[in-house]
Design a protein around this ligand. Structure first.
Ligand code: FAD
Length: 335
């Protein structure tokens, strides 16, 4: 039977492992820490092209295709894992704080409509705004928990606390505990991916970590329907009542320390956008590393003629892009 190594078990690696195991492949997934414990754990879970893509582009096309696949992806994953995933077609409201911002929002709506992102004028607390009815929210930690169970049920061998130190062109993978042979290896190590590809044929982009801080509060459910956004500030609420806000964009390498200034900045922007948050004390504060590659289009493909494939560089939209990326990778590996 064909044996495939997957290096990095975030949403992309776990999703590919699940789909390949569904096809009857023997899959070993290795993660240096806990599966689903990095960017896929940190993400807010906005599935929101309306706030991300302002004009037609290849990335916008992939994102819209992936959003269209989300409902079926979640339904199948829930059925296979038995885990309920908090997924909602919430819509999103983008607010303008000035006439200049309102005019920019209007003209952006016209170019967005050209790539299939529809919106309509509305108001938020008396301010001009636009409603994007197709934007959605999901709880990424629900997805990775469900993927983990679905992988186990399909016989994926998930090895955690197992950092990969080297990958060779014939698909072998090294860890401190030995060598894993494989007919193919897929690298899905997010912000750590390009370091792992150093010994392989070139043509792959360098990935850098872009740190983001988020905070959340435990509030009564049902207080916020759509995502609320103003530029880089966003607020959303889970079905459980947990309300979360983000985010920052920081170039500090892989520094995991919480930055109180960044957290205070997110809190203050969130209070301006949604005054009911004033005085609320966050119950959770965290950060994570978005995998950024130049050009912002994720790399998905084979490394030269080697037995190694990679899928990484999903930056700030990896949760949104997951269903499309996973199905594209699996199609390439199965061809
Ligand atoms: C603060 C923040 C907010 C975000 N919000 C959103 C959002 O609202 N919507 C959205 O669509 N996206 C969002 N994103 C982006 C999204 O989280 C990422 O694009 C996506 O999670 C990337 O998934 P991945 O599987 O490629 O990487 P990761 O989830 O980072 O997984 C990579 C895995 O590889 C493992 N690994 C690393 N090195 C090795 C090694 N040597 N050996 C073995 N394993 C290794 C890691 O331990 C990790 O588990 C956000 C990201 C951040 C940080």
């Amino acid at each position: 039977m064909e044996r495939i190594n997957i290096v990095g078990a975030g949403i992309i690696g776990l999703g590919c492992a699940w789909r390949l195991a569904q096809q009857g492949k023997q899959v070993v997934a290795l993660d240096s820490r806990e599966a689903g414990g990095e960017a896929s754990w940190a993400a807010a879970g906005m599935l929101a092209p309306g706030g991300e893509f302002f004009e037609p582009s290849e990335l916008a096309t992939l994102a819209l295709r992936s959003l269209g696949m989300y409902g079926d992806f979640i339904r199948e994953l829930e059925a296979e894992s038995g885990i309920t995933i908090d997924f909602r077609r919430s819509g999103a409201v983008e607010v303008a704080y000035s006439d200049i911002e309102a005019a920019a929002l209007e003209s952006r709506a016209a170019t967005q409509a050209a790539c299939g992102i529809i919106s309509e004028a509305c108001t938020h607390l008396g301010r001009p705004a636009r409603f994007f009815p197709d934007d959605a929210v999901v709880a990424p930690r629900d997805i990775t928990r469900a993927l983990r169970v679905a992988c186990q049920r399909r016989g994926v061998n998930l090895l955690e606390g197992e950092p990969v130190t080297k990958i060779s062109a014939d698909g072998r993978v090294w860890t401190a505990n030995g060598v894993h042979a494989g007919s193919m290896t897929l690298v899905t190590a997010g912000a750590w991916s390009s370091n792992l590809l150093a010994d392989l044929p070139g043509g792959f982009p360098t990935v850098i970590p872009v740190r983001g801080h988020l905070i959340s509060w435990r509030l009564p459910p049902g207080q916020l329907g759509p995502i609320l956004r103003h530029g880089s500030t966003y607020i959303m609420q889970r079905r459980s009542g947990v309300m979360l806000a983000g985010a920052t964009k920081e170039y500090v390498g892989f520094d995991r320390a919480l930055d109180e200034t960044a957290i205070a900045d997110v809190q203050s922007r969130a209070e301006t956008l949604l005054p009911l948050l004033a005085g609320q004390v966050p119950t959770e504060r965290w950060n994570g590393f978005r995998p950024y590659v130049e050009g912002e289009l994720p790399f998905v493909g084979q490394l030269g003629n080697s037995a190694v494939w990679a899928a990484y560089g999903h930056y700030r939209n990896g949760i949104l892009l997951a269903p499309e990326t996973i199905s594209r990778v699996v199609a390439q590996l199965s061809a």
